[in-house]
Each structure stands twice: as structure tokens, then as C-alpha cells.
Design a protein around this ligand. Structure first.
Ligand code: ASP
Length: 315
């Protein structure tokens, strides 16, 4: 197989979670957002761009796509109603990595992650990370820009549900659509393979709805929620604490390096998440062009484009 025959490939996800009422109602918007992100990455790769630029471009577009996706504007809200965003980017060719956590002002966290990737550091946090982005000319927004009505409503409903939780359990009420945790999904990620056969991965999130300010999940942690090397690129979504403790993305890559098939490696890594009481999903792209996108949740909107084929979106 020549390199040109197996690439380029773009795989994206829009977060693991439940198939909420909101998701059913806005299925069209979801598809439009995911399709636009796929097309953006595809344009980069067809012009001979790198997997890193393609993954960054796809995620930036999903950060801007307001209400459907939990990244950038429209992020899930912290318990106090604020937004704190995290993102990571990794290049497989040399394992250069950049990540940011706790951003409150930078419009595109993934662009800030790219700045870090191009610097000697790997992870930058909080106001200093926003300042770094600002100094480099990345657009800064008032904190209110990121807060949407839809997320405010979800936060309120989640709080109300948590208060009613004990009583609801007593009467045997079924699960509600708007719980805390990764229930509504929406974290975004991409894994890309370019024409030269190199991989990259990118992930961006507002974290878990109702999280305490300062909490950081797996997304910006290299090897937990995001990873790329010469063999495999991985972007995860789900219960961040379990993904961190399972070291999911790096674990998967390590298994593949030891000769385990991509599918089996992804299955084992998610099994480890489940053993810790977590749920979620991931996309994992192999340098051969093979792609898997398993998830333990009810749904994980995702899309794939391969050179010479029509783009596919599944939600
Ligand atoms: N993994 C993200 C976090 O824990 C949330 C998600 O994927 O929905 O912050």
C-alpha cells in the first residue's frame, strides 16, 4: 500500500453522552457542525497541509459552533455558571505536544494549545495561558461570550435534578435527560492522517457540567485524553477522572505498539475506564488508515472522511 492510498484521513467526534432530547431536536445542526469541521480539515489535507494543521482547523471550527458542542462558545458551565476551557494538540511525527487548561477568555483554546506546542512548554494553565494567547494576537472575548442560554438551562436543570435526586430514586423515577456528568457530551476532537503518512490528534472541551471551578479533566492531559505518535492518534471524551486514571490514550498506543490490534487496544482501554466506574468514547486512527470509534455511552456523534470517498457523519 502506498502512502497516498491510505491517506489522507480525517476522523472527528462531538463527545460521548446520552441521546438527549436536545440532540434529537437539533440533529440537523449537529450534522452541519460536524460536516463543516470535516470539510475544513479535508481542505487543509487536500492542499497538502499537515495532519496537525488539519486537526487544529477541525477543532477550531467546532469550538465556534455554538450550542451543540461543549467547547469554546457554548461550553458546559462550571457550578458557579462560569466557563473554563481546556484543549490539547499532539503531532505524531515528533510527539510535540501543546495543551491549555482553565482558559476563560481565549476564543479558540485549540489555537492557544498550538502556541504551546510551538514553545518549549507542554501545558499552560489559567490566566497566564490566556495572557500568552492574547500576547500572540489570539482573539480574546468577554467571559459572557462563551455562556449560552442552552447551557445555562442545562446547569439549572442539573442542579434541580440533583436536589430532587434522593426523592426521585425513592419513587423509582427513570433517568432524566439533563444530568450532570458527560451526559450531554459535546467535547470535540479530531484525529488526522496526512498525505505523508503522519498523524495528529486534537481535543477541546468546557469540561463537565457543574464541575467546580479549577477542575481539569483528561482533555488537556497528554496521554490521557489526547495522544499522537508515529503509529496512532487518539482523541477521547467522557468521564475525565476515569480517563486520567486509566491513562487511556497512551495505554491504547502502547498496546498497539506491542502488537495488539487497534480495535482490541481501544476495547481494552475503554474496559479500563469502565472498571473505574467511568464511561465515554474515543476515536483512534492508525497510520495504516484504519479507524475505530468505540464508545460506552448511548451516543457519540462522529464523522470520517477518506481521500477519494464521500464524508460520513453518524450521530
Ligand atoms: N472528558 C471531558 C472532561 O472530563 C468531558 C467530556 O468529554 O464530555 O472534562
Amino acid at each position: 500500500v502506498t502512502l497516498a492510498a491510505r491517506g489522507p484521513v480525517v476522523a472527528i467526534h462531538g463527545g460521548a453522552g446520552t441521546r438527549t432530547q436536545a440532540m434529537r431536536e437539533h440533529k440537523k445542526e449537529w450534522h452541519v457542525s460536524l460536516r463543516a469541521a470535516l470539510d475544513r480539515a479535508r481542505t487543509v489535507l487536500e492542499a497538502g497541509g499537515t495532519a496537525l494543521d488539519a486537526a487544529q482547523a477541525a477543532v477550531a471550527l467546532m469550538e465556534d459552533g455554538a450550542d451543540q458542542l461543549n467547547a469554546g462558545r457554548g461550553s458546559a458551565l462550571c457550578s458557579d455558571g462560569s466557563v473554563e476551557m481546556s484543549a490539547a494538540l499532539m503531532r505524531g511525527s515528533d510527539r510535540a505536544a501543546g495543551a491549555v487548561a482553565g482558559l476563560r477568555r481565549t476564543r479558540n483554546p485549540i489555537a492557544a494549545a498550538r502556541l504551546v506546542l510551538d514553545s518549549p512548554q507542554v501545558l499552560m494553565v489559567g490566566a497566564s495561558a490566556d495572557e500568552l494567547a492574547s500576547a500572540a494576537g489570539l482573539e480574546q472575548c468577554e467571559p459572557g461570550y462563551f455562556v449560552t442560554e442552552a447551557q445555562l438551562a442545562r446547569l439549572r436543570a442539573g442542579v434541580a435534578r440533583d436536589r430532587a435526586g434522593a426523592r426521585a430514586a425513592d419513587v423509582g423515577a427513570g433517568p432524566v435527560d439533563v444530568g450532570a456528568g458527560p451526559a450531554d457530551g459535546g467535547t470535540v476532537g479530531a484525529a488526522c492522517l496526512d498525505a505523508d503518512g503522519w498523524l495528529a490528534a486534537a481535543t477541546s472541551t468546557g469540561g463537565l457540567r457543574g464541575q467546580p471551578p479549577g477542575r481539569v479533566g483528561d482533555t488537556p492531559l497528554i496521554g490521557a485524553g489526547t495522544w499522537a505518535d508515529a503509529t496512532v492518534a487518539v482523541s477521547c471524551t467522557g468521564d475525565g477522572e476515569a480517563f486520567i486514571r486509566a491513562g487511556v490514550a497512551r495505554q491504547l498506543a502502547g498496546l498497539v505498539r506491542c502488537g495488539v490490534t487497534l480495535e482490541e487496544a481501544a476495547r481494552r482501554a475503554l474496559e479500563d475506564v469502565a472498571a473505574l466506574g467511568g464511561a465515554g468514547g474515543l476515536v483512534a486512527l492508525h497510520a495504516s488508515g484504519e479507524l475505530v470509534a468505540p464508545f460506552l455511552t448511548e451516543a457519540m456523534p462522529r464523522g470520517v472522511w477518506r481521500a477519494g470517498q464521500a464524508p460520513q457523519i453518524v450521530s
